[in-house]
Design a protein around this ligand. Structure first.
Ligand code: AMP
Length: 145
């Protein structure tokens, strides 16, 4: 059965192009709707919540920049505004949640070789696979930097 609602999760970094191209071509082949999601991690979480600082102005700036990048990316491949999703939280939790919210039947994420501490901590993709109710495609991405 063809996929109907595909959710591409993009970190807006160097894995984005590969993930979005694969998701877009799958959407075309399946005649599916394509949704694109970026999750902004709250600075308070990034810094462990230990620092008593008001991050709201920086957080707003990050949100604005992420919105611009997401819009540019989606305009390039014809994804309408209603299918562009920008949320705040932990990517490994928000990606499955947003997939459910759009009745997603396939999530597309990037997957790259990990080593050292990163290997011990696990990847976003591992977390998504554990949390998702639908299929998850982990697209191999080569990162050189
Ligand atoms: P990572 O394990 O952090 O290297 O990320 C693996 C993949 O998870 C990326 O290629 C994206 O598809 C997805 N991902 C990671 N971070 C985010 C994010 N903040 N928002 C949306 N997707 C993300």
């Amino acid at each position: 059965m063809p996929y109907q609602q595909i959710l591409a999760a993009v970190d807006l970094g160097n894995t984005t192009e590969t993930v979005i191209q694969r998701a877009a071509s799958l959407a075309q082949q399946n005649q599916a709707q394509l949704h694109v999601l970026h999750v902004i991690e709250p600075l308070a979480i990034t810094y462990g919540g230990d620092i008593p600082m008001d991050f709201s102005a920086i957080q707003e700036e990050i949100h604005g920049q992420a919105r611009e990048q997401l819009d540019r990316l989606c305009e390039g491949i014809g994804v309408p505004e209603s299918h562009r999703h920008l949320v705040t939280g932990r990517p490994e939790a928000e990606i499955p949640t947003q997939a459910k919210a759009v009745n997603g039947d396939l999530i597309v994420v990037g997957s790259h070789a990990r080593w050292g501490l990163a290997l011990l901590l696990g990847s976003t993709t591992d977390g998504v696979m554990h949390g998702a109710d639908c299929d998850v495609l982990a697209v191999k991405v080569d990162i050189e930097d």
